[in-house]
Design a protein around this ligand. Structure first.
Ligand code: PLZ
Length: 426
């Protein structure tokens, strides 16, 4: 089967609302490359959107999944519980920032984790309002569409949306020039005047924004909001779905913000490539929910849990947080060198192996240039490098290599990227 014939079949069988970045179809994949059904190799700067931090088909994950499938595939934790679910919760409680007592609950997807974090925060505080940020992305379900900022493609004509969601400005150093405390004060002022501190159940934030453009808030922004939330009797929920599991150079990005969130949502990198998500948080908050109030048929599926444990073991043994730091050290000077030659790059930003360039029309106005961004990304694809774009304006080119990517593969990817920028005319 060629990609071309698969694409024809896809067009006849798959709903067009579900799209793909490339129209080559995958045959197999490893720690840094995908091979398509036509035999072409792709260098993977996407990791399935920050999922395969340990690589595709990581040996320990394959073995753990095989062993679990042979023992049992599904009983439903709410019906007949099993050990690997507890193991994963113990790992989440230990690895997330904060030495206080924690509990976890497991779900299937990132959006489901965020929905449950909101349910828990509302239940524990008895308050309705959820504060979110400009450019935020939290999912595509009804509640999480309301939490997500961007209309196209995520929300357009999919409303009406859930209520009691309030959006305030994000710290966006390239565009707002405010330091972290000043940006936090701006957000807090709006919350107090327009929402009312006493109504706020939770402030929900990505410590580095993902789909919204890899926006890294100025230091002191997240911690300022957390301090305010604590004083106001609200909880801080860190959405670490994209930033989590060694991606930014530590287990979680909140650590770099000096924040121990009250609740943390995880997914993506947690499952080692299988669908698994979690909500982890302070025991007092998590314990507030009545028995039976949380759950779902597949949440914490035993195969996904076994994969997660093997993935976490892999991250530990291969020191993948350090690997993310090494990827940053290898890539950032190269990206800065491209930016020095190319006035279309307004900023190189990110942390660890979560890096991006923001692309604008040269001239100092910072006018977003989604067309050039798409053209550079397409040139990468023609060269065999799988890249993704993001950002409210579609003008951010982002890089999310698997953390196990060999240095030589990363180097080949960087050369394709350099060539792509050179080939797209100004
Ligand atoms: N929170 C911070 O990054 C998923 C979505 C891609 P799900 N991001 C990729 C797309 O176009 O659907 C994400 C995220 C953050 C929540 C989510 C949602 O996670 O597992 O996709 O539901």
């Amino acid at each position: 089967m060629s990609s071309k014939s698969l694409h024809d079949r896809r067009r006849a069988a798959v709903a067009p609302g579900v799209s793909s970045v490339i129209d080559s179809y995958v045959s197999h994949a490893s720690g840094g490359t995908l091979t398509d059904v036509d035999g072409r190799e792709w260098i993977d700067f996407a990791a399935g959107i920050a999922v395969t931090n340990v690589g595709n088909s990581a040996p320990r994950v394959v073995e753990a999944v095989r062993a679990q499938v042979e023992r049992f595939t599904h009983t439903c934790f709410m019906v007949a519980p099993y050990e690997v679910y507890i193991d994963v919760c113990e790992q989440l409680n230990a690895l997330t920032p904060g030495t206080f007592e924690k509990r976890s609950a497991l779900f299937n997807s990132g959006a489901e984790a965020v929905e449950n974090a909101v349910k828990i925060a509302r239940h524990a505080t008895g308050r309705p309002a959820i504060v979110v940020f400009e450019h935020a992305y939290h999912g595509r379900t009804n509640l999480t569409m309301a939490l997500t900022a961007k209309n196209m493609p995520y929300k357009h004509r999919f409303g009406p949306f859930a209520g009691e969601i309030y959006r305030v400005p994000m710290s966006y150093p390239l565009r707002d020039t405010l330091d972290g405390p000043a940006a936090a004060a701006r957000a807090i002022d709006l919350i107090e005047k327009q929402v009312g501190a006493a109504n706020v159940a939770a402030v929900l934030i990505e410590p580095i924004q993902g789909e919204g453009g890899f926006v890294v808030p100025a230091p002191g922004f997240v911690s300022g909001l957390h301090a305010w939330a604590t004083g106001a009797g609200a909880v801080l929920i860190a959405d670490e779905i994209q930033t989590g599991f060694c991606r930014t150079g530590d287990w979680f990005a909140s650590t770099f913000e000096g924040v121990e969130p009250d609740l943390i949502t995880t997914a993506k990198g947690l499952g080692g490539g299988l669908p698994l998500a979690g909500v982890t948080g302070r025991a007092a908050i998590m314990d507030a929910v009545h028995v039976g109030g949380l759950g779902g048929t597949y949440g914490g599926n035993p195969i996904a849990c076994a994969a997660a444990l093997a993935g976490i073991e892999t991250m530990r043994e291969l020191s993948l947080a350090d690997a993310a730091v090494a990827i940053e050290a290898a890539m950032v000077p190269r990206l800065r060198a491209i930016a020095e030659q190319d006035p279309r790059i307004a900023e190189v930003r990110g942390r660890g192996a979560m890096l991006a360039v923001e692309i604008v029309v040269p001239g100092g106005e910072l006018t977003p240039d989604p067309a050039t961004t798409a053209a550079v990304s397409a040139a990468c694809h023609r060269g065999g490098l799988l890249t993704l774009t993001c950002g409210t304006y579609g003008n951010v080119l982002r890089f999310l290599p698997p953390l196990v990517m060999p240095a030589e593969t990363l180097e080949r990817g960087m050369r394709i990227l350099e060539g792509a920028f050179a080939s797209v005319g100004r």
